[in-house]
Ligand binder design. Structure first.
Ligand code: CAA
Length: 401
C-alpha cells in the first residue's frame, strides 16, 4: 500500500515587506539580505490573519481544489509554534470551520518548526496501522514567524500555512514509511517563552544545531538512504533560503567526508536539486513548520522532476528535533500543477511601506485581554471567512467559526 500526500494547498497573508526596503531603513547593505540570506520579500500577517485563519483558509482550499469530501477526513493535525491558546488546539477550530464529521480525531503538535512533520509522520503511521479505516488525515502547518523590530532575525520572518491531505491514495508524493533518520537533543538555539509573541534565538548557534541534526539524521537513516546525488530533489527546512545551500553542502560533505570549500560539483548539485524549489520561500519568508512543505509545493507546481523522482525531506525544529524522510513523486503528479500554484495569491498581495510594517508589528494584539476587537478593513482586508475579529469574554471570534 502506498501512503503519502494526496493533495496540497497554501495560504499566504495579504501583505508583504520588500527586504531591500528593510535593508535601506536599517542601514544594511542590501546584498546581505538578497545574497547573504537569499531573501527577497517576507509575508506579514495582520492581527485579523492569525494562525487559525491561515490554517483554516489553506485547509478549505485543499479540500475544494482537490475535490475531497470533508466526510472522508478522520483526523486533523495542526503543527504550529503560534498556537492561540495554552489548552485549546487550532485543530478543533478547523474541525468546525470545515464541518468535519464527529468521529474524527483532532490535535495540535508543537515543536518549533517540526510540528507539521511530526503530524505527517503520525498520519502515515495511522494509515499504515489500519486504524484510519479508509479515512484520510488533514495535516496543516501554520505559523507566524516573528523576531521583532531591529533584531538579527528580523529579515528571516514571514507567515503562512500549508495544508496536506494524507491518504492511501497519494496523487502527489508517496512516503517511505520506515526509511527515516531521526535526532533529538536539548539545545537553546531558538525558543519563545509563554508570555512572548516574538521568538528569541541564538542565531549562529541555531545554524550549527541545524547542521549537526542533519548530519545525525543522515547517519541514523543508515545504508538504505540513497546517495545525495541519487535524489532528484533535496528539500530542507528553510528559515531563509541560504540555509538550504548550507544544508545541501553539509549533506554532500557528510557523504564525501570532507568540509572543503564549495566546489563546482557542489554548486551544480545545489542548482539542480535544491535551488529550483526555493522560489516560494524567497517570496514568503520563513513560515517555520511549513517551510519545507512550501518548497515541496514549489517543486510539485513546477512539475519538472519526472514521475517516480526521489525526493528527500529534511525537517528541523529548534530545541531540537529533526527528521530526514524519503518520498517518491507519484505518476501523473504534474497534472495537478495548476491547482497547486499560489500565483494568484502572490499577485494579489500588497507591499507595505516600512512605516506601515513597523506600525503593524507594534500592534499590541489581544494577548491577555478579555475583550478586544480588530477590524480587518482597517488593514485593507475584506472580512472574509475565518478572519479573526477579536475576543469576547476571552473567547476568540472568527467569521464563520
Ligand atoms: N554582501 C553579501 N553577503 C553578506 C553581506 C554583504 N554586504 N554582509 C553579510 N553577508 C552574508 C554573511 O557572510 C552571511 O553569509 P554566510 O552565513 O554564508 O557566511 C550572511 O550574509 C548573514 O550574515 P551574518 O551571519 O553576519 O548575519 P546576522 O549575524 O545578522 O544573522 C542569522 C543571520 C543568524 C541567520 C539571523 O538572521 C537569525 O538569527 N535568524 C533567526 C534564526 C535562524 O533563522 N536560524 C536558522 C537555523 S534554526 C531554524 O532553522 C529554526 C527556525 O526556523 C528559526
Amino acid at each position: 500500500m502506498k501512503i503519502g500526500v494526496e493533495a496540497m494547498a497554501c495560504h499566504i497573508p495579504r501583505h508583504y515587506v520588500g527586504l531591500d526596503d528593510l535593508a535601506d531603513l536599517r542601514g544594511v547593505d542590501r546584498r546581505k539580505f538578497s545574497s547573504g540570506l537569499d531573501v527577497q520579500n517576507m509575508a506579514i500577517a495582520t492581527p485579523a490573519e492569525d494562525a487559525v485563519y491561515l490554517a483554516a483558509t489553506a485547509a478549505e482550499k485543499v479540500l475544494e481544489k482537490f475535490d475531497i469530501d470533508p466526510n472522508d477526513i478522520g483526523a486533523v493535525v495542526v503543527g504550529t509554534e503560534t498556537g492561540v491558546d495554552h489548552s485549546k488546539p487550532i485543530a478543533v477550530y478547523l474541525h468546525e470551520a470545515l464541518s468535519l464529521r464527529t468521529n474524527c480525531t483532532a490535535f495540535e503538535v508543537k515543536h518549533a518548526c517540526f510540528g507539521a512533520s511530526a503530524g505527517l509522520s503520525w498520519a502515515v503511521d495511522w494509515i499504515a496501522s489500519g486504524r484510519a479505516r479508509g479515512s484520510k488525515a488533514l495535516v496543516v502547518a501554520t505559523d507566524i514567524a516573528r523576531y521583532g523590530l531591529e533584531t538579527a532575525g528580523e529579515p528571516t520572518q514571514g507567515a503562512g500555512a500549508v495544508a496536506m491531505v494524507v491518504s492511501d491514495e497519494p496523487r502527489l508524493l508517496s512516503l517511505e514509511p520506515a526509511l527515516v533518520g531521526e535526532y533529538t537533543r536539548n539545545v537553546m538555539d531558538f525558543w519563545r517563552p509563554l508570555h512572548r509573541s516574538e521568538a528569541l534565538t541564538d542565531g549562529h548557534y541555531s545554524i550549527e544545531c541545524y547542521l549537526t541534526a542533519l548530519r545525525a539524521c543522515i547517519d541514523d537513516a543508515g545504508p538504505d538512504l540513497p546517495s545525495v546525488e541519487d535524489f532528484d530533489a533535496c528539500l530542507y527546512h528553510v528559515p531563509f533560503p541560504k540555509m538550504a545551500l548550507k544544508a545541501h553542502s553539509c549533506h554532500r560533505s557528510a557523504e564525501i567526508g570532507s568540509d572543503t570549500a564549495r566546489t563546482d560539483a557542489e554548486r551544480a548539485s545545489y542548482e539542480t536539486r535544491v535551488a529550483p524549489w526555493l522560489s516560494l520561500n524567497r517570496e514568503i519568508g520563513n513560515v517555520y513548520t511549513g517551510s519545507v512543505y512550501l518548497a515541496l509545493l514549489d517543486l510539485l507546481r513546477q512539475g519538472q522532476v519526472p514521475d517516480g523522482g526521489t525526493v528527500s525531506l529534511f525537517s528541523y525544529g529548534s530545541g531540537c528535533t529533526a527528521s530526514l524522510r524519503v518520498g517518491q513523486l507519484v505518476d501523473g503528479y504534474h497534472r495537478y500543477a495548476d491547482r497547486l500554484d499560489p500565483a494568484d495569491q502572490l499577485a494579489a498581495r500588497v507591499r507595505l511601506t516600512i512605516e506601515e510594517y513597523e506600525e503593524l508589528m507594534s500592534e499590541p494584539g489581544s494577548q491577555g485581554l478579555a475583550d478586544w476587537q480588530t477590524h480587518p478593513e482597517a488593514w485593507g482586508l475584506p472580512a472574509s471567512r475565518f478572519t479573526y475579529l477579536g475576543t469576547k469574554s476571552h473567547v476568540r471570534q472568527y467569521v464563520g467559526i
